[in-house]
Design a protein around this ligand. Structure first.
Ligand code: WTA
Length: 741
């Protein structure tokens, strides 16, 4: 009987998933914000003007029905073919509705007048793309100029060939040498309220000392260094110190588990781990070092562990390997001359979920990546380094933190806010309080946080003076028009342009976005490719679709910040990104062109879920589940979730002989098991125990049907199932359990 109870709970969560997910989201670490709603958020644009703002997500109930109807017609599945044909069929009601968003917000004359990027930028890039990128690269400081802008042997690119450059020199030394040493680089705010003001010259001194410490620890150019840190200045310092000596860093988000950390250490064959005793979050100290200790029980070649003392909590210590940051960095010389490396020298590896259980080590090199990070930060965020206070709320553990906290802004000499904690500690107005305190002018955040603020209510932002803001940015998922409008009105006081920026770990920098002084924006659309970038929406055969049609988003011309591969897996690199359309980069997203040629992102079309901004593959969670002794088989789907974009729903078949009596305990155990294997971010929202899974005759699990169940929709076409009764059994299970009430 117990499994019926579980199913009943599943049904209840399906019916009331919206409310439940709100509570769930409130209880979560919202600083890890950045979500990707996928299709739903785009569909939520249905007749926006008629949708009541009282219930900011779904508006009035009639619109919920319509959304469900549209979703049923257009269900996103894990099968790209099916997705594409549904996305591309322009006759579907939802696609028609998508086009009904006709509000436009051109920049004001004052903003346009002072903007870094003027309309001519598009023409310049169009005229000669490579010469355009040459111009952008020249804004950086190179020791040796490049001989060739691009060498393209599809799918392998080399940019600024022969040039020599150092990332840390461009981020720091250059500013100090040119007289900007006293400018604040970071206003750091710890969650407990401790603060640090770090100027460019102070940051340079710290990075030089840390670089010397790394050298003392035996790190040489080319060695990989794993960084597993909270959001504290030492995280950025560690990255820049690695870059300074040519040791590619591999930052592993602090929310990942010991197992996930170990697999990344192994894959990159890291020699050193930089971590902290812990950090502060939600009003208390959490520990990080124990996860490193746990990870290092496995096979690896890590020689030393460098530990920042952030919280002063009890920390177990291995005297052979562990060294305190303050001991070794503290006694280093503040002299270090940066060595210049080849433009194509690897700068970092960053792992991201793919469609298999094994994360992909996306690797980026130096010259091209830095060029695109600095250029996009300049033109998209309109940065005026002398006067702006810029704040990107991402964690350095994600690509947004790499490109738009560490590399882009520092290369441009920007002044930033860096915040350690969560947006609701000690109160829900924390972010707004800090905007007021530091006079933040540019805010870059994620739709999931914007929607959370909407739920918390206008009182929190209204309590603070947000008049310093002049530009707002969004990243991580399609932003639904309601959230976009709320962001504009309540946070931006109807005066700040919004840049909705589409890009990926793989692209290194922003690819599709409005230019804030040029583009008339539409709520919910990332608009068009920025100057220098080419993005096209194509049909199944790789042909560009006409305006008003949908398809796949592809990038048909190499760009400077593009990934150079998957670390150690060239074949996988070719197969993953370049095989769907021969020789053309397929991003994995569905998109639609509207009648004016603006791009509307529709979410992933592969087996990748987007949960609160984190890319997690269904296979990764399935493999974590089946690694538990009680589980025989598992199927995982990403179900729409109003707050987190998608929620993870797992269907599991238990092994024979597993006692049903302790069902609830088992479910909790399974959820914790996934958290242990991958990290808390991958904990399934729901786990449903089933007797069978729907499979095709060739044995492929039909996740599409499970998704219908998870989203409480009528189950779609099940005729290709090997065992046609399976879905009825699952549905009966749900209905049967309902009868028990
Ligand atoms: C999604 C984050 C719509 C998309 C920088 C992409 C977006 C994936 C947007 C990359 C946006 C990111 N509108 N969707 N503005 N930004 N995405 O690698 O599905 O963590 O493929 O990089 O997020 O996620 P990643």
């Amino acid at each position: 009987m117990w499994h019926k109870k579980t199913l009943r709970r599943g049904l209840a969560e399906g019916l009331f998933g919206f409310q439940l997910s709100v509570f769930r989201a409130l209880a979560k670490n919202l600083a890890k914000a950045a979500t990707k709603t996928g299709l739903l958020s785009s569909l939520i644009s249905i007749n926006m003007k008629d949708v009541s703002i009282v219930s900011p997500f779904f508006g009035a109930s009639w619109s919920l029905n319509r959304i469900q109807k549209s979703l049923a017609a257009l269900s996103v599945d894990n099968n790209p073919q099916e997705v594409a044909s549904s996305v591309m069929n322009p006759n579907q009601e939802s696609l028609e509705n998508l086009l009904s968003e006709d509000r436009q917000f051109p920049p004001t004359a004052e903003f346009a007048e002072q903007a870094n990027a003027k309309p001519e930028l598009y023409d310049q890039a169009e005229l000669d793309r490579l010469a355009f990128w040459d111009e952008q690269a020249k804004q950086l400081s190179w020791q040796t100029p490049w001989e060739k802008t691009l060498e393209w042997e599809s799918p392998f690119a080399k940019w600024f060939v022969g040039g020599k450059i150092n990332a840390s020199f461009n981020a720091l030394d250059r500013h100090v040498l040119e007289g900007r040493g006293d400018r604040v680089a970071f206003h750091f705010e710890g969650e407990p309220g401790d603060t640090q003001t770090i100027t460019y010259s102070q940051l340079l001194t710290e990075v030089k000392k840390t670089a010397n410490a790394l050298i003392e620890l035996g790190v040489v150019a080319g060695d990989r260094v794993a960084i597993y840190m909270p959001m504290i200045p030492e995280a950025a310092i560690a990255m820049l110190a690695c870059a300074r000596i040519g040791a590619p860093h591999s930052v592993v988000f602090g929310g990942f588990s010991a197992e996930a950390l170990l697999s990344r250490i192994q894959d990159a064959d890291a020699k050193l781990v930089i971590t902290a005793d812990g950090g502060f979050r939600k009003g208390g100290a959490f520990a990080l070092k124990p996860a490193v200790d746990e990870a290092l029980k496995g096979q690896h070649n890590v020689k030393r562990v460098l530990v920042v003392q952030r919280t002063k909590q009890e920390t177990s210590w291995n005297t052979e390997t562990d060294v305190w940051w303050h001991d070794i960095v503290g006694r280093q010389s503040a002299d270090h001359t940066a060595e210049f490396f080849d433009s194509e020298h690897p700068l970092f590896i960053l792992y991201t979920s793919g469609t298999t259980a094994k994360p992909k080590g996306i690797f980026h090199t130096t010259g091209g990546y830095l060029t695109q990070a600095a250029y996009t930060h300049r033109v998209v965020f309109d940065i005026k380094p002398e006067t702006d206070v810029y704040w990107c709320t991402a964690d350095v553990g994600w690509i947004t933190g790499h490109s738009y906290i560490v590399y882009g802004p520092l290369m441009n000499g920007a002044t930033q806010v860096m915040y350690e904690g969560t947006p609701d500690t000690p109160h829900k107005g924390r972010i707004f309080e800090l905007i007021e305190k530091y006079g933040v002018t540019i805010l870059y955040t994620a739709p999931t946080l914007i929607r959370t603020w909407m739920k918390w209510g206008d009182d929190f932002p209204n309590k603070f003076n947000l008049k310093s803001l002049r530009l707002l940015g969004s990243v991580g998922e399609p932003i639904n028009p309601e959230a976009w409008m709320w962001y504009r009105e309540v946070i931006g006081g109807n005066r700040c342009p919004i840049v909705d920026t589409w890009w990926q770990t793989e692209t290194g920098g922003i690819m599709i976005s409005p230019l804030p002084g040029v583009t008339a924006t539409k709520p919910g659309s990332a608009m068009t490719a920025i100057p220098g970038i080419s993005a096209v929406v194509v049909d199944d055969n790789g042909h560009a679709v006409a305006k008003g049609h949908g398809g796949y988003l592809i990038l048909d011309k190499p760009w400077p910040g593009m990934l150079r591969g998957i670390w150690g897996e060239d074949e996988r690199y070719k197969e993953t990104y370049w095989s769907r359309f021969d020789g053309i980069y397929f991003a994995g997203d569905g998109a639609k062109l509207d009648k004016d040629g603006a791009i509307w992102l529709l979410g992933r079309v592969d087996d990748v879920m987007n949960v609160s901004g984190h890319r997690i593959s269904t296979t990764e969670v399935e493999s974590a589940l089946v690694s538990h002794e009680a589980v025989a088989e598992a199927a995982v789907v990403g179900a729409n979730d109003a707050m987190t974009g998608q929620g993870i729903v797992a269907f599991v078949i238990l092994r024979g002989g597993i006692a049903h009596a302790n069902g609830e305990t088992l479910i909790t155990e399974l959820r914790n098991h996934v958290a242990k294997q991958i990290g808390a971010i991958a904990k399934p929202r729901q786990i449903l125990v089933v007797a069978e899974l729907p499979k095709t005759r060739s044995g492929k699990i039909m996740r599409r049907l499970l998704k219908d169940v998870a989203e409480n929709r009528q189950v779609g076409d099940a005729t290709t199932l090997a065992e046609p009764n399976v879905m009825r059994l699952i549905s009966d299970g749900l209905n049967g359990s309902k009868d028990e009430d």
